[in-house]
Design a protein around this ligand. Structure first.
Ligand SMILES: NC(=O)c1ccc[n+]([C@@H]2O[C@H](COP(=O)([O-])OP(=O)(O)OC[C@H]3O[C@@H](n4cnc5c(N)ncnc54)[C@H](OP(=O)(O)O)[C@@H]3O)[C@@H](O)[C@H]2O)c1
Length: 321
């Protein structure tokens, strides 16, 4: 089978496709023929060698965190009726940019009827984290909510969830293409590449009760100044270089609750619960992943390039055929 490997840290071109033996399931394991693999922003960070202490991965390794596809083989102790079922699963350290994934049967989440594998892969991590964040910040009807990196895979889900919770949502992203796609979910849109973007946010809604900061750095820092006393600020994103540098004492003095990525890093059981919820929300038509681009497995390097140069819109997936 074909798998993508990273033999050394570096630019997207270090993602190379190699042939590997087909996996054989051991006790308690299954093989999933992968239809779609999710690509996460953090995977570009790790591949470039900037995983830091949070992601102490060393090459050679197989990138990728989650897949959706069909169970084609089961090892001893696994109920035979798993074979043929469509599933999604986090792939842990084994990598997800693969044609066939070897997985513990206990990690599988069965797809609801009618849900496409592409949609399932698109919300596996993004939907899990987005639903987790909604439980952290507890949006109430009328809350003024800013989502940064709103044109990313998770951001587009957060815009929908915040709107559904009754929030007045401002979606901040860079460039008309992303912003236009976000309007359909009832959000005001602001281009945070413009110098006075926070003034535009203030003009739209005044102060902010909730910030869901997926961009980090200067974007998050600027957004923090708009949060009203009693507000909530989630600093869970780093694409602009670092988590939002929010002064915790200043936040406490203003009665603002600041939370970080640790609130949405779930043990496997909770992960599966949230992921299953995300899959059902999509199947029920209440949540729509914004899948902006797909690439064949062989072109994983292009997928990473699109994310890094910010041309990717919404979710990026790899497809095996
Ligand atoms: N997905 C998850 O499950 C999850 C879990 C925990 C934490 N996070 C964190 O949340 C953040 C967003 O994740 P995501 O999965 O939504 O990522 P994504 O789909 O790749 O979107 C990232 C967004 O970041 C923005 N961005 C800002 N500065 C950037 C830069 N210098 N380079 C590239 N992009 C930049 C881009 O939009 P603009 O060009 O419009 O700015 C892009 O749409 C990441 O830091 C990620 O690690 C995600």
């Amino acid at each position: 089978m074909r798998v993508v490997e990273v033999a050394r840290f570096g630019a997207p071109e270090v993602l190379t496709v190699v042939e590997a033996p087909d996996p054989v399931p051991g006790p308690g394991e299954v093989v999933v023929d992968v239809v779609a693999a999710e690509v996460l922003w953090v995977e570009t960070m790790i591949r470039s060698g900037n995983g830091g202490p949070y992601f102490p991965v060393q090459p050679p390794y197989r990138p990728g965190a989650g897949v959706a596809g069909t169970v084609t083989a089961a090892g001893a102790g696994v109920a035979g009726d798993w074979i043929g079922r469509r599933v999604a699963a986090a792939t842990g350290d084994h990598g997800g940019y693969v044609e066939r994934a070897l997985l513990p049967a206990g990690d599988l989440i069965e797809l609801p009827d009618g849900l496409a594998c592409t949609d399932a892969a698109a919300v596996l991590h993004d939907g899990t984290t987005a639903l987790g964040l909604m439980d952290v910040v507890e949006i109430k009807p009328g809350d003024r909510v800013l989502v940064t990196a709103a044109g990313g895979g998770m951001g587009a889900l957060l815009v929908q969830l915040a709107h559904a919770a009754g929030g007045r949502v401002v979606a901040a992203a860079r460039g008309r293409d992303k912003l236009e796609r976000l309007r359909r979910w009832g959000a005001e849109v602001v281009d945070y590449a413009t110098p006075d973007w926070t003034a535009s946010v203030a003009a739209a809604v005044g102060g902010l009760d909730v910030v869901l900061d997926g961009a980090g750095g200067r974007y998050g820092r600027a957004a923090f100044d708009l949060v009203v006393p009693g507000g909530r600020f989630s600093a869970h994103g780093t694409p602009s270089g670092a988590f939002a540098p929010v002064d915790r004492d200043a936040a406490a003095a203003r009665g603002i609750t600041v939370t970080g990525i640790e609130r949405v890093q779930f043990p496997p059981g909770r992960f599966r619960e949230y992921a299953a919820r995300a899959l059902h929300e999509v199947a029920a038509g209440r949540l729509t992943p914004l899948i902006g681009q797909t690439y064949p497995l062989d072109r994983a390097a292009e997928a990473h390039t699109a994310i890094e140069n910010r041309s990717a819109v919404g979710k990026t997936l790899l497809l095996t055929s």
